[in-house]
Design a protein. Sequence first.
Length: 101
Amino acid sequence: MSNSFAEKVYVAMRRIPRGKVTTYKALAKAVGHPKAARAVGNACNRNPDAPRTPCHRVIASDGSLGGYAHGLKKKVALLKREGVIVSRGKIDLKEFGYWFK
């Protein structure tokens, strides 16, 4: 994965509004690589500017949390601080989902 790919991911991540989440798959599609959801996850894991570049707002397509380099407790705390409800380890994408235009 090139730095330019990761940079595209970070730029797109910064567009996710506070209190919303998107999926690894949607973020991959937004940066022009629709099959690169795993690579998006890798870029999130190496995010040098977390949480200002909000990788905590990126979750799995089924609404589960996915991972977070600083631990899932921290990810949940950041999301809850933004008003995102995490219930049984999942987030309701209909209520909190953000889709790139």
